[in-house]
Design a protein around this ligand. Structure first.
Ligand code: MLT
Length: 397
């Protein structure tokens, strides 16, 4: 008899977005006449930008020629992409292309990276949190330290009282849409350096930052190259939720402790892991990602991100007009609504679905401190978002 990893039994029955999808499917089956507007999962709705499409088409055509055909690629990513990432995203921040590992997305990297650490690793996560970090720790049977982030502390996590080995930070934040200033992020880098912890910095939403002075990369903070691994994604910035591409930045200077006391660079371990378990993101997709860094690509993508931010702003305004406190939606695609005192977030999710046909994500799905909040996304189609705003204006709560 093969024994299962019993830690899986400690997980919630469904992954959050699968649970939302299940409830929405049940509702639409029972109410087929109602037109539903989906502002739940953060999935993009705009078509791929012309620069990306041109790169895809050219690369597909190359595959029909003996010279252009590609089989297995380098597991870490093609050098044309790692080079342009280092040059265009990390100029002046001391990151070299050997420290960049291309993958099929930040979600997989965030779920896989903890494999490099010992079984008794303690992981700190904000509460509410993108469920991947917490679920991954539960799957491995590892202890979690929760860092509550609510309106009461302006969504800035306080330093933990129990020392974590790994600290997961996501800024701009999913789900609250809030950001940290350089000074607030420096507190965490200093803490990690003083306590020999490693920070996983999820920067999937950096392209949404519009206010000056907000760090886009953790490496803008002095000393972060000693303690932080950064994860980025083309999903939300370039519309790759279907294509799949992201990357992890693993500076050579970030290390962990071996049982014999040696310091081992995580860069070596991650390379070892990826070469064994991963065959690389498709060449075609990496060429498309390369196009996202061209001047033309950047201009087109900025326009798309601006459109999503405009959606977020109008959703935020609509909830404010209902008299609710609303956070995020300025430097992030997510709008985080504080519900009337004592309202359960799953109940409000159902109310919004039934009375307005709008799909949201209940804050409680992101953790206990998310109870009483609701998340909406600016990633909807602009016309759908406009319609959702009209429906919200008619809502009596
Ligand atoms: C979300 O809605 O939180 C995201 O779409 C999830 C993800 O990026 O995997």
């Amino acid at each position: 008899m093969a024994h299962i990893n019993a830690h899986y039994l400690d997980l919630p029955g469904n992954y959050l977005f699968s649970e939302v999808a299940r409830r929405v499917a049940a509702y639409t089956t029972a109410n087929p006449e109602q037109r539903i507007i989906r502002l739940g999962i953060g999935d993009v709705t705009r078509p791929l930008a012309p620069a990306i499409i041109a790169a895809l088409q050219a690369t597909v055509a190359e595959q029909a020629t003996p010279e252009g055909f590609r089989g297995y690629g380098p597991e870490q990513g093609y050098s044309f992409l790692t080079r342009i990432i280092a040059e265009s995203e990390y100029a002046g921040l001391g990151i070299s292309q050997e420290e960049i590992f291309v993958s099929d997305g930040a979600k997989c990297d965030l779920g896989n990276f903890p494999e490099l650490f010992a079984q008794d690793t303690v992981t700190a996560v904000t509460d509410p949190v993108y469920p991947v970090y917490a679920d991954t720790a539960v799957m491995a049977g590892r202890a979690l330290v929760h860092l509550p982030c609510t309106a009461e502390n302006a969504f800035v996590p306080a330093l933990p009282t129990r020392r974590p080995d790994v600290i997961c930070l996501c800024y701009p934040n999913n789900p609250t849409g809030t950001v940290l200033t350089k000074e607030q992020l420096r507190v965490w880098v200093d803490y990690a350096r003083a306590n020999d912890s490693v920070i996983f910095f999820d920067a999937a939403y950096e392209a949404f930052i519009r206010e000056p002075g907000i760090p886009r990369s953790i490496y803008e903070i002095e000393g972060a190259r000693e303690v932080a691994v950064e994860f980025r994604s083309y999903s939300k910035t370039a519309g790759f939720t279907g294509l799949r591409c992201g990357y992890a930045v693993v500076p050579r200077t970030v290390s962990g402790l071996a049982p014999d006391g040696r310091r081992v660079p995580l860069n070596d371990l991650w390379r070892r892991r990826q070469t064994t378990k991963y065959n690389g993101c498709p060449y075609i997709v990496q060429r498309a990602a390369e196009a996202a860094h061209s001047a033309e690509g950047k201009a087109q993508l900025r326009q798309a991100v601006d459109g999503y931010l405009e959606n977020a702003r109008s959703i935020k305004k609509a909830f404010e007009e209902l008299g609710l406190a609303v956070f995020g939606g300025v430097n992030a695609p997510y709008v985080w609504v504080r519900l009337p005192q004592g309202t359960d977030s799953w109940d409000f999710f159902s109310l919004l679905l039934q009375r307005a046909g709008i799909v949201s994500t209940p804050g409680a799905g992101f953790g206990a401190a998310g109870q009483g909040y609701l998340r909406l996304t600016g990633f909807g189609d602009p016309k759908d978002t406009e319609e959702a705003v009209k429906r919200l204006r008619r809502l009596q709560i």
